[in-house]
Design a protein around this ligand. Sequence first.
Ligand code: ATP
Length: 239
Amino acid sequence: MTGLLSVTGLNVFYGEFQALFDLSMTVGQGECVALVGSNGAGKSTLLRVLSGLMAQRSGHVALRGEEIGGIGAECVVRRGVALVPEGRRLFPSLTVEENLLMGAEARRPGTWTLERIYRLFPNIAERKRNLGSALSGGQQQMVAIGRALMSNPDLLLCDEISLGLAPVVVRELYARLAEIRAEGMAMVIVEQDIAQATKVADRLYCLRSGRVALEGRPADLTRHDITEAYFGMETAHGA
Ligand code: ATP
């Protein structure tokens, strides 16, 4: 698989606190990579750096061979990386359509339009004049995904899209993500549910305490490998 994103030797800090240590990962064109790991492992921090919301102290983030680490969120979107943030982060006082259009501010040429997003998510098409605050959690997540697609990215970063949603809604969202992927979109998916992550991902990275504890294709990893990397030696052997 040809390389799209290449992260090497990333060290990231909040003040004096180091959240990521010498972290390296890759995402191929059209590849779906899952990031798993317990609370505080560094998954959201990594997505913040990939999306330009935070800068690394050292290391590189290269998209198609060009450095995007530290260039800022808007420039990163213009290069083709869009984030679906944890907690959806819609503007509650704007309508569904206005929220979607916010994603078009740094729009690149491409095929994602309001009409296509409404076809993908008929649920939100029916509510396009409703305020963000009037939507269910699942509908808000659809708008958050649609808003990211409006920039026509090559790489979609999804931070815990299942969080707090009913299983039936989670299945629906992942079915729509599969349709988006079928068109060649690369994805990085942060997912707490290991079963879900192994189902959708071509490759998986397990982070622990800011480091890659395990990497591989789901078919090559056992459940034991993953839980051991997820929780660390002590708990995994006791579990
Ligand atoms: P979660 O599933 O809880 O979101 P995560 O794997 O996404 O976990 P991060 O949110 O990236 O983990 O956090 C990694 C580490 O960085 C944690 O120790 C966390 O306490 C710390 N951290 C995260 N955000 C900040 C911040 N704004 N200021 C200081 N430390 C932070």
